[in-house]
Ligand binder design. Structure first.
Ligand code: T6T
Length: 329
């Protein structure tokens, strides 16, 4: 059943992950007297359960390897202007590696290039930039495939007819741009579904809620909404509840933040497209460790992690447990 719910991890990715883990344990055994390495993990926004869970995974690997891990991000905004000074401050401390989720695929190129020029290896986790080759590797879900899965789930939830809309963070974020691409391409297959387009909330649940209320006023027969990340989803869910349309309007949301999971259990959300941020963070630290220790030949330019479609029917199953995010960092 698990394989029907998730994209099977590729053989190559799994082999690379295992090889990386094996090399890691050999290395950690031989590093008893080496200096303690310091890695920075810079999330898109530090208060988001997705990045908190990524931090938990990264911390577990750091503990195993004796790495000092610093988690530093802005708690209030998912934005390049708030993230760049945090990256600059990290570069100034010259850590052994930086793991970063760039908040904008263009604006973060030059700041990341500065880290690379300072000989600090950079690993891109979750989001990427337009020049990913300057990084050691990128680790992420397949966000185009995730957007496609969301369209399939939403089309089914609305009975393959009616008007649907989408809410996202802002243009220029690699992950959500790819989700939009996958969603909109798949939606074209349903001739009786009309697309009212996508709106942007700057990762503010409050703005997402007011945009949703306006959408519901404009399209009283709106059948469904796709929310492309957690904060968009929380806002959409709140607006559906306050308008009295919870359960009637079909919601499909990315991520599996506790509030989203609760709304799924209550029937307000039809399906979640959950990611595996724990593995993204865990693998990121292990790859960085191998790289810093000169074990570079087996490192791939990209590692794909899984997504899972979560519904009321499978949310309680063992296979889904690892896709549920935590707020306890
Ligand atoms: O959806 C995740 C992440 O993948 C995306 O890049 C930004 O938003 C989240 O952090 C969830 O809020």
């Amino acid at each position: 059943m698990f394989s029907r719910l998730t994209r099977p991890i590729t053989v190559l990715a799994l082999a690379a992950l295992l090889a990386s883990t094996a090399a890691v344990s050999q290395l950690s055994a031989g590093r008893a007297h080496a200096k303690t390495l310091t890695f920075y993990l810079i999330p898109g926004i530090s208060s988001d359960a997705f990045y908190i869970t990524m931090h938990v995974g990264a911390k577990a690997a750091a503990k195993q390897l004796g790495v000092n891990l610093v988690f530093q991000g802005d708690p209030n905004a998912f934005s390049a202007p708030t993230q760049i000074p945090i990256l600059n401050a990290a570069i100034a401390r010259h850590p052994d590696a930086i793991l970063i989720a760039p908040t904008d695929k263009q604006a973060l190129i030059a700041p990341i290039q500065r880290a690379v020029a300072a000989h600090i290896p950079v690993i891109l986790v979750d989001t990427t930039i337009n020049t990913p080759n300057i990084a050691v590797t990128t680790i992420s879900s397949d966000n185009v495939a995730g957007g496609k899965k969301a369209a399939i789930a939403l089309a089914g939830a609305v009975g393959f007819k009616g008007t649907v809309a989408a809410l996202s963070v802002q243009p220029g974020v690699s992950t959500t741009d790819q989700r939009k691409q996958g969603f909109e391409a798949q939606l074209k297959h349903y001739k009786n579904i009309k697309y009212a387009g996508i709106q942007f909330d700057n990762d503010s649940a409050t703005k997402a809620a007011s945009l949703t209320s306006a959408l519901l006023a404009r399209y009283p027969d709106l059948a469904g909404i796709f929310a492309l990340n957690t904060n968009s989803g929380i806002g959409v869910t709140n607006a559906a509840k306050t308008s009295g349309k919870a359960g009637k309007i079909k919601l499909v949301e990315f991520d599996a933040e506790p509030v989203e999971v609760q709304a799924l259990r209550q029937g307000t959300i039809s399906a979640l497209v959950a990611q595996d941020p724990y593995t993204i963070g865990n693998l990121g630290v292990k790859v960085a460790f191998n790289y810093v220790n000169g074990h570079r030949s087996g490192i791939k330019k990209h590692y794909g992690t899984q997504e899972a479609i979560i519904t009321k029917a499978n949310v309680g199953t063992a296979a889904i447990k690892r896709f549920l995010y935590t707020r306890n960092g």
